[in-house]
Design a protein around this ligand. Structure first.
Ligand SMILES: Cc1cc2nc3c(=O)[nH]c(=O)nc-3n(C[C@H](O)[C@H](O)[C@H](O)COP(=O)(O)OP(=O)(O)OC[C@H]3O[C@@H](n4cnc5c(N)ncnc54)[C@H](O)[C@@H]3O)c2cc1C
Length: 284
């Protein structure tokens, strides 16, 4: 994937916060669903991301801070303006040297916006999650935390716009708190209005304790479905798409090595997926 500095920030668009809602409970990490209404001229699709530009104080000569966010729902149109949805996790980190707590610039800026506030956005930019042409293709989608965002839009797009999907879609989603999953779990919820019970199943993995440093048992959720995953991986038309935080990579390597029987077997199968353009990832 390209470096962030390579993304074009020349063309900027004005967006207004239409809705902002916290999806997670108060005493856990904050993930918000934010809907933006963008000025005419900006058009993005489900398989894309967009940038958010935050003006900064000019420390080290830097006057703006640019970060990317996945389109988290099917874009809609209202009064000629595009509505786009994003899921944002409020990020902070402790500096190893000073021990001080720093707040992530863009995520805190976004989580602090109120309805009616203006935000500057860039893009749209491509994500690597392409809908395969063959509708018999199987898809294993794995999202950790806000990594669910692109897949939520992707799955809706397949069942609503692409239609007649014959392959199996298995969505594995790991989060730290149960409530973060509300919109996925709820039978009347959003995603359930679109998916097809014959071909789609979503599996949730939760952390045993919903706090920042707790592990998410995504690997356990995958290993619990080992038989089906192994069978899907034996088919040439299976794709694996992954999105989420850095630690997901090691976790998946271990889980897939376990279910296939060895690290070497997984490395060989993964290399085939990558060579066949059937593996795609967005890791941040
Ligand atoms: C294609 C793509 C799609 C994305 N989609 C989403 C999405 O849908 N939702 C979402 O919430 N995020 C998404 N991200 C991540 C997002 O772009 C930001 O990286 C994230 O919000 C943090 O940005 P920030 O400006 O708040 O933090 P920054 O100010 O950039 O820095 C904070 C983060 O940087 C790291 N860091 C920086 N300096 C140090 C240090 N000294 N010590 C330790 N750690 C340090 C830490 O991980 C920390 O959390 C996506 C990223 C990409 C590339």
């Amino acid at each position: 994937m390209a470096h962030l500095a390579d993304f074009n920030t020349e063309k900027k668009y004005k967006a207004t916060v239409k809705k902002t809602e916290r999806l997670t409970p108060r005493d856990t990490e904050e993930v918000r669903e934010i809907q933006l209404e963008v000025e005419p001229g900006f058009e993005c699709q489900v398989d894309q991301s967009f940038g958010v530009l935050v003006r900064t104080s000019g420390e080290f000569g830097k006057t703006s801070h640019h970060r990317l966010y996945s389109v988290a729902d099917l874009p809609a149109k209202e009064n000629g303006k595009q509505l786009i949805t994003m899921l944002v996790k409020r990020c902070s980190y402790v500096d190893d040297f000073s021990g001080e707590l720093y707040q992530g610039v863009a995520s805190n800026y976004l989580c602090d916006r109120k309805p009616g506030d203006e935000v500057t956005i860039t893009g749209p930019f491509e994500l690597p999650f392409v809908v395969p042409e063959d509708k018999n293709s199987n898809l294993i989608l794995i999202g950790m935390g806000t990594g669910i965002a692109p897949f939520r839009a992707f799955v809706k797009n397949i069942y609503r716009n692409v239609k007649d999907w014959k392959g199996r879609i298995r969505l594995f989603y790991g989060a730290r708190s149960g409530l973060e999953l509300l919109y996925l779990n709820d039978k009347d919820g959003d995603l359930t209005n679109y998916y097809d019970e014959e071909t789609f199943e979503a599996f949730h993995a939760l952390s045993p304790r919903p706090h920042w440093s707790d592990p998410i048992a995504l690997d356990k959720a995958i290993e619990a479905r080992a038989a089906e995953i192994v069978e899907m991986l034996s088919q040439a038309n299976t794709h694996i798409y992954v999105a989420g935080y850095e630690k997901i990579r090691d976790m998946l390597d271990k889980a897939f090595s376990n279910i296939l029987g060895s690290k070497e077997k997984w490395e060989t199968r993964k290399a085939e997926l990558v060579a066949g353009k059937k593996w795609a990832e967005v890791i941040y």
